[in-house]
Ligand binder design. Sequence first.
Ligand SMILES: N[C@@H](CCC(=O)N[C@@H](CS)C(=O)NCC(=O)O)C(=O)O
Length: 208
Amino acid sequence: MKLYYTPGACSLAVHIALREAGLPFTLAKVDLATHKLAEPEHGSDDFYMVSPRGYVPLLQLDDGSRHTEAASLLQYVADLAPARALLPAAGTRERLEAVGWLTLVSTELHKVFSPWLWHKETAESTREACKAKVAMRFAELDKHLATRDFLAGKQFTVADAYCFAIVNWANILHMPLNPYPALQSYLSRVAARPKVQEALVAEGLARD
Ligand SMILES: N[C@@H](CCC(=O)N[C@@H](CS)C(=O)NCC(=O)O)C(=O)O
């Protein structure tokens, strides 16, 4: 498999999941400011040639097919490595719970942060409304994580890989996390995982 990614973008979630799953993969870096590939492929560095949607994460399977959408890629990766228990078994209440968190991260956090809080064109009033919504979600996560190690309980799942990648954007956007001590401890707990460190180092976001 090949993962098209941009350092620190939502693709970090899939990158972490691939490492946690112990699956073989290669990385292809994309500059999202220009939609150019760091390494041209077939004579072109135009990322739109790879992904007409122009966004990461994009996972190319060994059969050459290409797939986007972080939430579905994360479930796919988890299902490829059942022994790693990156999601509970399909059809269980635990699976419902974990995929519920995954979906919440996708729809209530990821898609409020991005594109609204990333684009300088966003009006200040919209920015403030988005920040208030994100703060509500952070408060809920903080309360939830005060009594659990991970979103779905004791076990790290791909929902945590996604949550980690997205909530960390608060630091870049200067949104204080200190009102949420349990959420902060959780981020440190996830960051301390060896596979998460490997992903951060590979993306140039942490030192070896
Ligand atoms: N619907 C996609 C959205 C992915 C997305 O928002 N990717 C951002 C980076 S975090 C991106 O590549 N933005 C560049 C663009 O849309 O041109 C998903 O859920 O995976």
